[in-house]
Design a protein around this ligand. Structure first.
Ligand SMILES: C[S@@+](CC[C@H](N)C(=O)[O-])C[C@H]1O[C@@H](n2cnc3c(N)ncnc32)[C@H](O)[C@@H]1O
Length: 389
């Protein structure tokens, strides 16, 4: 194979951020849809996408898309796919996940069974055998059927990409690493500018920001399912991608000023340990501090944070007071820009100020909002850009 088309799912609403990441890696986008970006490249695309992309959960190697409204159609179209080009004779393969939206075929377990059966039939013809040991390497499949359009992909990632490996200690109600990275990349914050997360919990936002500043590829320390697919991607290709990630890792060219605060001293200890595991602890200052004490003589800083919002931690009645305290802190540093991910519907009311922008974001199953309060631009800052939120 010399061209690989891959699908990268992302949080709904974060497609533009992911698209920009993919283009920065040098790949051609073939489609952008709700919650996913599709692109293509040569043999290196799977390794590089898994190692470098910050805002996707996994990379699927697209095998085929087709229309199916009956199980017969699903079976036949699936049997016609040249599976022998993807799966060696001893491959262990199964449909790890099937989902269906607005389609005639909707039972995940039946979809899984039919597809597996169709692949086996195809493999029998091509490998001239009736029995497959499945003793080899794993090739998990993922299938989505949206409005009767079936898309079959091979999961090249395995454990989700948000599991970078550094978050050994988690505070209650953490954001995923991929969402934290996407939120940061939605703002105009860049290395060299001040960043504070006053509700840092496990440290996810400061750690992701520091990784960005150090050009640290999020997947450079982990392995992926497709790392074993020697029939599709050579060991040399993987080695080159990991080496590229190592070469790109650099001391930031500008001063890094990233801080994380939390009310809970034990949580601050966890955040420090996580930052150490990520290898970015020297770039972040963590401190046990109450938002009520937030004050600064610095100007034009950024707050990117995920304050408590009642559903999972704290009592809802405490929320009004907390958001009033946030509003007071914002008044004390009125040249700063503030970005809050919160599920508290009345956040703006109690902060006492309407956000310049607001967008709905699902944090897992929870409906949250990304409240964006853009402060004034520093007088000496020209040409900064962000993906428009
Ligand atoms: C939703 S969690 C943040 C999770 C974090 N984004 C992560 O990924 O782990 C909110 C955090 O705010 C902290 N917190 C609660 N009240 C606070 C206050 N008054 N000042 C500072 N931190 C506070 C909690 O201890 C908790 O760790």
């Amino acid at each position: 194979m010399d061209k690989y088309e891959v699908i990268a799912p992302c949080h709904f609403g974060m497609e533009a951020v992911l698209k920009r990441e993919v283009m920065d890696l040098g790949y051609k986008i073939t489609n952008v849809d709700n919650g996913k970006v599709t692109f293509e490249g040569g043999e290196g695309v799977i390794a590089r996408a898994n190692i470098f992309l910050r805002t996707t959960e996994r990379i699927l190697l697209k095998v085929k898309s087709f229309h199916a409204e009956t199980f017969d159609e699903l079976f036949e179209s699936c049997k016609n796919i040249p599976w022998e080009q993807y799966l060696p004779e001893d491959a262990k393969f199964w449909v790890a996940k099937a989902n269906s939206v607005g389609s005639k075929l909707f039972s995940p377990s039946d979809i899984q069974k039919i597809i597996k059966k169709a692949i086996v039939e195809r493999m029998k013809l091509k490998y001239h055998t009736e029995w497959f040991s499945e003793s080899g390497v794993s090739y998990p499949l993922r299938v989505s059927i949206i409005k009767n359009e079936v898309t079959i992909g091979l999961d090249t990632t395995g454990t989700s990409l948000h599991k970078r490996g550094y978050r050994k200690y988690t505070a209650p109600a953490p954001v995923t690493e991929t969402l934290a990275a996407a939120l940061i990349m939605l703002t105009p914050w860049r290395t060299g500018r001040i960043l504070v997360d006053p509700f840092c919990g496990s440290g996810t936002v400061p750690i992701e920001a520091a990784m960005l500043s150090a050009n640290m590829a999020p997947g450079m320390k982990r392995k992926f399912t497709a790392g074993e697919w020697t029939n599709l991607i050579s060991g040399k290709t993987w080695k080159e991608a990991y080496t590229e990630a190592g070469d790109k890792l650099s001391e930031p060219s500008e001063e890094i000023w990233i801080q994380g605060y939390d009310l809970d001293p034990e949580i601050i200890r966890m955040a420090r340990r996580n930052a150490g595991l990520a290898g970015v602890d020297r770039y972040i200052h963590f401190q046990n501090r109450d938002i009520a004490d937030f004050n600064t003589h610095k100007k034009y800083g950024f707050v990117i944070s995920n304050p408590p919002y009642g559903e999972r931690i704290s009592d809802k009645s405490e929320m009004t007071k907390l958001y009033q305290t946030i509003g007071e802190a914002m008044k004390r540093a009125d040249t700063w820009s503030y970005y809050f991910l919160s599920g508290f519907e009345e956040a703006e009311k109690y902060i006492g100020k309407k956000a310049s922008k607001n967008r709905k974001i699902y944090n897992g199953m929870l409906k949250t909002y990304f409240y964006q309060y853009m402060g004034p631009k520093p007088p000496n800052l020209k040409g900064t850009s962000s993906v428009r939120a």
